[in-house]
Design a protein around this ligand. Structure first.
Ligand SMILES: Cc1cc2nc3c(=O)[nH]c(=O)nc-3n(C[C@H](O)[C@H](O)[C@H](O)COP(=O)(O)O)c2cc1C
Length: 435
C-alpha cells in the first residue's frame, strides 16, 4: 500500500535546516554546484537549486579584499534567502518500503513527467521531475520541485549556500568568515531592492504574513586550494596551498578560533602527482577540524580537457579514512557520471562545474537543458540583475549542444537582453514577466 502523502504548498512541513556536513553524513545523494568565477553568481545558483542541486557555491572571492573593502563585497557577493532550494532528500538508511518504489526511489505516479527539452531526441531521462515555473525572487519560502515526496522516507530539507574564499593567511580568512556570517536582523524594502540590483544583500524582505527570518546568508565557507592560475599561484593562494598543508591547517584553526568549533569550514583541493603529498594535506586538514573535503581529480598542471582521475579521488577519500565526508569533482556531464563518481571513489557528494553550465538541470536527470530552465534563468537574471555579458554567456553555454554555427554567431552578435529574449521567443520559449 502506498502511504505517500500529497501536500498543498501551504501544508508542506517546515524544511529541516541541515549543515552540508549533516547532508553528506545523512543523505544518500548530495548534489553540489562548484564555485565558478563569474558564473556561480546569484541568478545561476538560484536556477540550479530549482533542479535538485542541494548545495551551491559562490565564485572564489579574495578574502583580504572582501574583508577590507565594501566595494569588493558589493561587486563580489549578492545573496537572497530564497536562492536556496527545498528538496526531498533520501536518507542513507531507509525503511523496508523501497520495494514499493522503482529503482530510483520514485513511486509509479511520478513517472512519465514533463519532457520539454529543445530536441526531442534528447528527451529527459527517467529521473526527470516536473519543475514548476518559480515566481522569481518574490517569496522567501521555496517549495520542492514536487509536492509529492518520492517515498515516505524522504525528508524535506533546505539547501545550503557556501561562500568560497581564497586566502594566504588566517586573519584575512577569519575576517571574511566573520563578515559574511553576520546574521540579518530585520527586513526592509531597501533590502528587496538590493536583491534586484545585485548589491550586498544582508537581508531580504519577508512577506508580511511570514515571520521575520534570522538565518545566516551562507551556511559555511570553503577555502580554495585548487586555483591553478599563475597569478594566484604567485600570490600564494589556490593551488599554491596544495603543498603548504601547515598553512592550510593554520588558516582553518584561525577560523575556528574566531567563529567557534561548529563553524562549517571545508577545503577544495586537487589531487597531487605525489600521492604522499595528497595524504599529508588531507590528514593535516582533518586534524585542523575541516568539516568536509572536496577533491577535484586533476592535478594543478592538468588542463580541464584531461580526463578526471577517479582513482586519484578514491585515494584521497581513503586518506580521509572516513573521518570527514568527501565530495568528488570532475567531468560530471550526465547523471550516469554521478553514479560512477560515487561508486568508484566512495565520495558522499558529487560536484559539477561545466556540466551544470551546459545543463543546469543535470542533477534533476535531464539529458540536456530543458526549455523551462532557460525561461527560468531569463526571469531570475532579469529579476536579480546580471551583467549582460554574463547573461549572454550563460545562455550560450545552456544552448551550446542544440545550436548551429549560424545560431552561435547570431547569439554572439546580439547586444541586449531584449535582443536575446526576442531570439529565444522565436525558438519557442515563453516569458511571463518580460524585462
Ligand atoms: C568558468 C570556471 C570558473 C571556475 N572558478 C572556480 C572558482 O572560483 N573556485 C574553484 O575552486 N574552482 C573554480 N573552477 C573549477 C571548478 O570548480 C571545477 O573544479 C573544475 O571545473 C572541474 O569540474 P568540471 O570537470 O565539472 O568542470 C572554475 C572552473 C570554470 C570552468
Amino acid at each position: 500500500m502506498r502511504t505517500t502523502e500529497y501536500y498543498k504548498p501551504e501544508e508542506l512541513p517546515e524544511p529541516e535546516v541541515l549543515t552540508m556536513r549533516q547532508m553528506l553524513d545523512e543523505m544518500e545523494e548530495v548534489h553540489v554546484l562548484a564555485p565558478l568565477v563569474r558564473c556561480s553568481k546569484l541568478p545561476f545558483r538560484h536556477l540550479v537549486s530549482m533542479y535538485e542541486t542541494h548545495v551551491t557555491h559562490t565564485p572564489m572571492m579574495l578574502a583580504p579584499e572582501f574583508s577590507r573593502a565594501q566595494t569588493a563585497r558589493i561587486s563580489d557577493f549578492a545573496s537572497s534567502h530564497s536562492e536556496r532550494g527545498v528538496f526531498w532528500m533520501k536518507p542513507r538508511k531507509t525503511g523496508g518500503r523501497q520495494e514499493e518504489y522503482d529503482e530510483l526511489g520514485r513511486s509509479n505516479a511520478d513517472s512519465g513527467l514533463e519532457a520539454n527539452t529543445f530536441a526531442s531526441s534528447s528527451a529527459s531521462s527517467s529521473r526527470t521531475t516536473t519543475v514548476d515555473r518559480f515566481p522569481a525572487v518574490k517569496s522567501s519560502r521555496r517549495s520542492p520541485s514536487s509536492l509529492n515526496p518520492p517515498s515516505p522516507d524522504h525528508r524535506l530539507v533546505r539547501g545550503n549556500l557556501i561562500a568560497q574564499f581564497a586566502s594566504n593567511n588566517g586573519k584575512s580568512l577569519a575576517d571574511a568568515c566573520e563578515i559574511i556570517s553576520v546574521l540579518p536582523e530585520t527586513t526592509t524594502d531597501e533590502d528587496e531592492d538590493n536583491a534586484k540590483t545585485g548589491g550586498f544583500v544582508g537581508e531580504e524582505q519577508a512577506p508580511v504574513d511570514e515571520p521575520v527570518r534570522s538565518e545566516r546568508l551562507v551556511d559555511g565557507v570553503d577555502l580554495n586550494c585548487g586555483c591553478p592560475q599563475p597569478w594566484a599561484y604567485s600570490e600564494g593562494i589556490g593551488s599554491a596551498l596544495l603543498r603548504k598543508p601547515d598553512l592550510v591547517a593554520d588558516m582553518v584553526k584561525q577560523v575556528h578560533a574566531r567563529m567557534g568549533d561548529d563553524f562549517a569550514i571545508s577545503v577544495k583541493i586537487r589531487v597531487d602527482d605525489k600521492p604522499e603529498l595528497t595524504e599529508r594535506l588531507v590528514q593535516t586538514a582533518i586534524h585542523a577540524n575541516v568539516t568536509h573535503l572536496t577533491i577535484h581529480g586533476r592535478t594543478r598542471h592538468q588542463p580541464s580537457t584531461a580526463p578526471v582521475s577517479l582513482p586519484g579521488i578514491r585515494f584521497a577519500v581513503e586518506c580521509a579514512k572516513g573521518e570527514v565526508p568527501c565530495v568528488g569533482n570532475g567531468d560530471i556531464w550526465e547523471y550516469g557520471d554521478v553514479d560512477d563518481m560515487r561508486r568508484v571513489t566512495g565520495v558522499k557528494g558529487v560536484m559539477a562545474a561545466r556540466g551544470l553550465l551546459a545543463n543546469p538541470a543535470l542533477f534533476a536527470g535531464y539529458s540536456s537543458t530543458p526549455k523551462h530552465a532557460v525561461e527560468n534563468f531569463v526571469e531570475l537574471a532579469t529579476s536579480y540583475g546580471l551583467a549582460y555579458n554574463l547573461f549572454q554567456r550563460h545562455v550560450s553555454y545552456m544552448l551550446e549542444s542544440t545550436m548551429s554555427k549560424h545560431d552561435r554567431l547570431y547569439l554572439n552578435s546580439l547586444g541586449s537582453y531584449s535582443g536575446i529574449t526576442d531570439w529565444l521567443e522565436d525558438r519557442g520559449l515563453q516569458f511571463s514577466g518580460r524585462c
